[in-house]
Write a protein that binds this ligand. Structure first.
Ligand code: ADP
Ligand code: ZN
Ligand code: ZN
Length: 699
């Protein structure tokens, strides 16, 4: 009789011991009995014969394990780092069981249909029953032969989806390959000749980063190795799939993400059996146990969808990918127009290699003007620019940051945003008691009477919303045709369609909108983008608010100058703010230098690693009592503890939330300490209502 440790998800950190009359490979899936129920588990290793009687493994699913030693190492390390049972990480490495579908064969030459808009945008649309069937089928299968669709679905519904721009028809034939520029070639050579160092390709959108990693992938595939390419959005995969297929007509390219239905299992099978050369996918694809990986690429490495935050384990796929590449001895390439501060720091300190691509192949770079505003919504500069642009018959897009949950407090004269003296993050105004609160450390102060920087008594809260902007702009330009575009105004497919249609037919002179409008939509006749309240995202209580502002404003600015020569006017109360200045000059380096210094001084990543512990309960008292219990239990830990503080969203789905923020010098030591202390037997309460997020992105 043999004995095995079996890891089971949603079960204690320690694996349970089971017996089996035979050999089982490490990493194999098995069925075991837990409290009378048949559950999926994973063999983690061999055990000694225990003192007590143990149950027998019911059934061995994998005669040979898909998980090799390298993958097992990655899984064990990740389970430790993210403080979850090994079974929970193992779950990520396999497709869900329930799907048994027909094969969708890989893409050959011919006509193909795929979705064109993002999943979140899809949810906003209303479809007919037949349109819904097609959309669901495409969501499951990604990219499908046109002939298959036209045989199995109504042609009218297909045509209507095409007309509305929901789906796109692509003709795949021949090979689409570009001649790399000398700069691109140099980057390729430099990466290939230094395969053991992580690489960052930094360059604005359209500067040719994708073509660079395609070239490297080509060489890796020719050497008989496999390539994994991670992208942020599910919906980007079909588009990139088409492009990849055109670039690699002779390679087998697969696609993997959690939105896939039946084809997920099929693509997984193909990948793990070594039948695919290139696998494209979202964050979950990092766990597909492909063997013989030669290259891992993370496109748009700054994108926050790489962090899983809504569900355990709260892993970061970029970190996992990096470790996986290290273990596998694969080349590791990150790509971004606005890399994370942490990533750029690693380039500057020499642990990553930086490659800059500066040439722009498409579009023109818009001119950016920053204007100081006080109390008024519109500066004179913006008003006169709007006038000029409308006169020329071009369009204006006024970007209004979506109203957040938090309301900042700011000096109207110098633009200073009130920050916590301990944490250097913006504090938020609380209506109920009229105080300012810090959500990191719990610091509270009364509403200020004067500005600590300039002494002004003109202190203001909050910002403006789309409705107010629409109202005011129509008073200023009574003759102009104005359209508001936000979640409330534009709710369903008809209104989105008619608005977009109206914009492209130039039925509107001025469009007032939120972030919703900026993503992926092209309006060639937009001559001016005005950012009404650039300070909004700077005022969000998060140490990354500068970084997000830089990324957001860079992206918004890119909306101008697609067709006509474009300009951007950014309104702020604090034009001297280093983040705003860097956006104005379109200077990532300058932004990096100011931000890295701030992080060093205040002790944020990359100088300290963070762990966020949140306690939740329907009873406010209970939530607070529990977080206090944790705080006293970890008081001697190898980290600095901030809090307890109310979470920025204090009440979520009828649960009250308190949090502690740990600043760690050594993340492994800290995690090791926490996993010993935060346990039911040590602090005596149900850890289900406790969330431990290592490397948090949302607070
Ligand atoms: P990025 O990944 O930086 O956004 P891409 O690699 O997608 O940039 O390039 C943008 C566009 O320019 C693509 O259509 C691409 O095919 C094209 N392109 C890139 N490099 C070259 C080149 N050397 N010659 C011709 N076209 C190129
Ligand atoms: Zn001031
Ligand atoms: Zn604080």
């Amino acid at each position: 009789m043999n004995y095995f440790y079996v890891g089971i998800s949603k079960y204690p950190i320690q694996s349970l011991v089971y017996s089996y009359d035979g050999e089982i490979e490490e990493g194999a899936r098995v069925f075991v009995d837990i409290r009378g129920r048949k559950r999926l588990g994973y063999v983690i290793g061999k055990a000694e014969r225990p003192e007590f009687n143990v149950k027998s493994i019911l059934e061995v699913i994998d005669k040979t394990s898909y998980i090799d030693e390298k993958m097992m190492l990655l899984i064990k390390e990740s389970a430790f780092k993210y403080m979850v049972p090994i079974g929970e990480v193992m779950d990520l490495c396999f497709p869900p069981f329930k799907f048994k579908g027909k094969s969708v064969k890989s893409v050959e030459a011919g006509k193909y249909i795929s979705l064109k808009i993002s999943l979140s945008d899809l949810l906003k649309f209303k479809f007919t029953a037949e349109e819904t069937r097609i959309v669901e089928f495409l969501l499951e299968n990604g990219i499908v032969e046109y002939n298959y669709i036209s045989r199995n679905f109504s042609k009218n519904a297909m045509k209507s989806l095409l007309d509305k721009g929901i789906v796109i028809l692509t003709n795949i034939s021949g090979q689409q390959i570009v001649n790399l520029t000398p700069v691109q070639k140099e980057v390729v050579m430099s990466i290939i000749s230094n395969p053991y160092k992580p690489h960052l390709i930094h360059g604005i959108t359209g500067s040719g980063k994708t073509e660079i990693y395609f070239e490297i992938a080509d060489k890796v595939v020719q050497n008989g190795k496999k390539v994994l390419i991670l992208v942020p959005e599910i919906i980007l995969t079909p588009q990139l799939m088409v492009r990849t297929r055109k670039r690699f007509p002779n390679a087998k390219v697969g696609m993997y993400h959690s939105g896939l239905g039946s084809s997920r299992k099929i693509e997984w099978d193909e990948a793990v059996n070594g039948n695919l050369d290139i696998l494209l996918g979202t964050r979950s694809a990092v766990w597909v146990p492909i063997k013989n990986i030669g290259l891992i690429v993370v496109d748009e490495e700054q994108d926050e969808s790489y962090k899983q935050y809504a569900m355990r384990p709260y892993y970061n796929a970029v970190d996992v990918a990096k470790r996986r590449a290290e273990i596998e001895g694969a080349i590791f390439v990150l790509s971004s127009a606005t890399p994370r501060i942490e990533t750029y720091y690693r380039c500057m300190t020499g642990s990553y290699q930086l490659h800059k691509v500066v040439e722009r192949t498409v579009g023109e770079i818009p001119e950016i003007t920053v204007v100081k505003t006080g109390g008024a919504i519109f500066s004179n500069v913006l008003i006169s620019r709007i006038e000029q642009v409308i006169k020329k018959g071009n369009q204006v897009f006024l970007f209004v940051p979506k109203k957040g949950f938090a309301s900042r407090v700011q000096c109207e004269d110098c633009g200073y945003i009130f920050k916590c003296p301990n944490c250097d993050v913006p504090m938020t105004y609380h209506k109920i008691d009229g105080t300012l609160k810090c959500h990191y450390c719990g610091h509270i102060e009364p509403f200020p009477s004067t500005c600590p920087v300039c002494g002004s008594a003109r202190i203001k809260r909050g910002g403006v919303g789309t409705e107010r902007v629409e109202h005011e702009i129509s008073k200023l330009f009574p003759g102009a045709r104005i359209k508001r575009m936000d979640r409330e105004e534009v709710k369903d497919i008809e209104s989105v369609e008619s608005t977009l249609d109206g914009i492209s037919k130039r039925e509107y002179d001025i469009v007032v909108g939120t972030k919703m409008i900026t993503k992926g939509l092209d309006f060639p006749s937009i001559g001016l983008v005005g950012v009404i309240d650039a300070d909004h995202s700077l005022g969000i209580p998060d140490f990354r608010s500068n970084e997000r502002t830089f990324q957001l404003l860079s992206q918004v600015s890119g909306r101008a100058g697609r067709g006509v020569k474009g300009e951007v006017v950014i309104q702020t109360m604090d034009p001297a703010n280093p983040t705003i200045k860097a956006v104005e000059k379109q200077d990532y380096e300058a932004f990096y230098l100011s931000e890295i210094e701030r992080r060093r001084v205040s002790g944020y990543p990359p100088f300290k690693e963070l762990i966020l512990i949140t306690s939740e309960s329907t009873s406010e008292k209970e939530a607070f009592k529990n977080i206090e219990k944790v705080r006293s239990a970890i008081a001697n830990g190898p980290f600095e503890v901030l809090g307890p503080a109310e979470s920025p969203i204090f009440k979520l789905m009828s649960k009250y939330r308190y949090q502690l923020l740990l600043k760690c010098d050594d993340i492994n030591e800290s995690v090791d300490y926490l996993s010993k202390v935060i346990r039911e037997d040590v602090i005596g309460f149900d850890p289900v209502n406790l969330k431990v997020d290592v490397g948090p992105y949302t607070f």
